[in-house]
Write a protein that binds this ligand. Structure first.
Ligand SMILES: [Zn+2]
Length: 125
Protein backbone atom coordinates (compact mmCIF):
# COMPACT_ATOMS: atom_id res chain seq x y z
CA UNK A 1 0.00 0.00 0.00
CA UNK A 2 1.10 3.55 -0.65
CA UNK A 3 2.04 5.84 2.26
CA UNK A 4 -1.29 7.66 2.09
CA UNK A 5 -3.26 4.41 1.94
CA UNK A 6 -5.99 3.75 4.49
CA UNK A 7 -6.43 0.07 5.25
CA UNK A 8 -10.00 -1.16 4.65
CA UNK A 9 -11.74 -1.09 8.01
CA UNK A 10 -15.19 -2.17 9.13
CA UNK A 11 -15.46 0.99 11.23
CA UNK A 12 -14.61 3.44 8.45
CA UNK A 13 -16.59 5.01 5.62
CA UNK A 14 -13.47 5.98 3.69
CA UNK A 15 -10.49 3.75 2.97
CA UNK A 16 -8.27 2.39 0.21
CA UNK A 17 -10.55 0.53 -2.15
CA UNK A 18 -9.43 -3.09 -2.52
CA UNK A 19 -10.35 -2.87 -6.21
CA UNK A 20 -9.02 0.47 -7.48
CA UNK A 21 -6.54 1.15 -4.61
CA UNK A 22 -7.66 4.79 -4.36
CA UNK A 23 -8.75 6.21 -0.98
CA UNK A 24 -12.47 6.58 -1.60
CA UNK A 25 -15.78 6.95 0.18
CA UNK A 26 -17.43 3.61 0.79
CA UNK A 27 -21.18 3.04 0.86
CA UNK A 28 -22.13 0.33 3.33
CA UNK A 29 -25.00 -2.08 2.76
CA UNK A 30 -26.76 -4.64 4.90
CA UNK A 31 -27.68 -7.90 3.20
CA UNK A 32 -31.13 -9.43 3.28
CA UNK A 33 -31.95 -13.00 2.34
CA UNK A 34 -34.50 -14.15 -0.17
CA UNK A 35 -35.09 -17.85 -0.66
CA UNK A 36 -33.78 -19.20 -3.95
CA UNK A 37 -36.70 -19.34 -6.35
CA UNK A 38 -35.36 -21.71 -8.98
CA UNK A 39 -37.13 -24.91 -10.07
CA UNK A 40 -33.98 -26.91 -9.27
CA UNK A 41 -34.01 -25.59 -5.70
CA UNK A 42 -30.41 -24.45 -5.89
CA UNK A 43 -28.84 -21.10 -6.85
CA UNK A 44 -29.15 -20.32 -10.54
CA UNK A 45 -25.98 -20.44 -12.62
CA UNK A 46 -25.83 -20.53 -16.38
CA UNK A 47 -22.55 -21.94 -17.64
CA UNK A 48 -21.14 -24.39 -20.18
CA UNK A 49 -23.72 -25.68 -22.65
CA UNK A 50 -26.45 -23.60 -21.01
CA UNK A 51 -24.44 -20.45 -21.64
CA UNK A 52 -23.79 -21.52 -25.23
CA UNK A 53 -27.54 -22.01 -25.71
CA UNK A 54 -28.21 -18.58 -24.19
CA UNK A 55 -25.61 -17.00 -26.50
CA UNK A 56 -27.49 -18.44 -29.48
CA UNK A 57 -31.06 -17.92 -28.20
CA UNK A 58 -33.03 -16.17 -30.98
CA UNK A 59 -35.63 -14.95 -28.44
CA UNK A 60 -33.18 -12.19 -27.46
CA UNK A 61 -31.66 -9.47 -29.61
CA UNK A 62 -27.90 -9.75 -30.15
CA UNK A 63 -27.36 -6.87 -27.69
CA UNK A 64 -29.44 -8.53 -24.98
CA UNK A 65 -27.73 -11.89 -25.55
CA UNK A 66 -24.35 -10.18 -25.25
CA UNK A 67 -25.39 -8.53 -21.94
CA UNK A 68 -26.74 -11.79 -20.53
CA UNK A 69 -23.66 -13.78 -21.51
CA UNK A 70 -21.36 -11.10 -20.06
CA UNK A 71 -23.38 -11.15 -16.83
CA UNK A 72 -23.09 -14.92 -16.41
CA UNK A 73 -19.43 -14.93 -17.32
CA UNK A 74 -18.86 -12.34 -14.61
CA UNK A 75 -20.83 -14.37 -12.06
CA UNK A 76 -19.10 -17.59 -13.10
CA UNK A 77 -15.69 -15.93 -12.67
CA UNK A 78 -16.45 -15.50 -8.97
CA UNK A 79 -17.00 -11.76 -9.11
CA UNK A 80 -19.32 -10.34 -6.43
CA UNK A 81 -21.26 -7.24 -7.40
CA UNK A 82 -24.54 -5.45 -6.92
CA UNK A 83 -27.05 -5.90 -9.71
CA UNK A 84 -30.64 -4.86 -10.22
CA UNK A 85 -32.79 -7.96 -10.26
CA UNK A 86 -36.42 -8.60 -9.41
CA UNK A 87 -37.67 -6.57 -6.45
CA UNK A 88 -37.89 -8.63 -3.26
CA UNK A 89 -39.29 -7.94 0.14
CA UNK A 90 -37.58 -9.69 3.01
CA UNK A 91 -37.21 -9.16 6.72
CA UNK A 92 -34.45 -11.79 6.89
CA UNK A 93 -31.39 -9.74 7.67
CA UNK A 94 -28.15 -11.63 7.10
CA UNK A 95 -26.65 -10.70 10.44
CA UNK A 96 -22.88 -10.43 10.44
CA UNK A 97 -22.60 -9.94 6.68
CA UNK A 98 -22.16 -6.47 5.22
CA UNK A 99 -21.09 -5.15 1.85
CA UNK A 100 -19.08 -2.02 1.16
CA UNK A 101 -19.14 -0.45 -2.27
CA UNK A 102 -16.53 1.97 -3.54
CA UNK A 103 -18.32 5.14 -4.65
CA UNK A 104 -15.66 5.66 -7.28
CA UNK A 105 -15.19 2.32 -9.10
CA UNK A 106 -18.31 0.57 -7.68
CA UNK A 107 -16.17 -2.41 -6.65
CA UNK A 108 -17.74 -4.40 -3.83
CA UNK A 109 -16.17 -5.84 -0.72
CA UNK A 110 -17.88 -8.53 1.33
CA UNK A 111 -17.45 -8.46 5.10
CA UNK A 112 -18.17 -11.41 7.39
CA UNK A 113 -18.01 -10.85 11.11
CA UNK A 114 -16.36 -7.50 10.50
CA UNK A 115 -13.58 -9.04 8.39
CA UNK A 116 -13.17 -8.37 4.69
CA UNK A 117 -13.36 -11.72 2.88
CA UNK A 118 -13.81 -10.44 -0.68
CA UNK A 119 -12.09 -9.57 -2.88
CA UNK A 120 -9.47 -12.22 -2.22
CA UNK A 121 -6.24 -10.79 -0.87
CA UNK A 122 -7.89 -7.67 0.58
CA UNK A 123 -5.64 -5.81 2.96
CA UNK A 124 -7.38 -5.11 6.22
CA UNK A 125 -6.55 -3.32 9.43
ZN1 LIG B 1 -12.69 1.56 -6.01
Amino acid sequence: MADDAVAPDFQKARFSCPHCDRVTDQAWFNAYASRVNNPAGVPLRIAGEGLERLAANPQFSPEVREQKVAYWQRVNSGDVFLDRWAPVQSDLLVAGLEISVCTDCLGTAVWLGGHCVYPPGSIQA
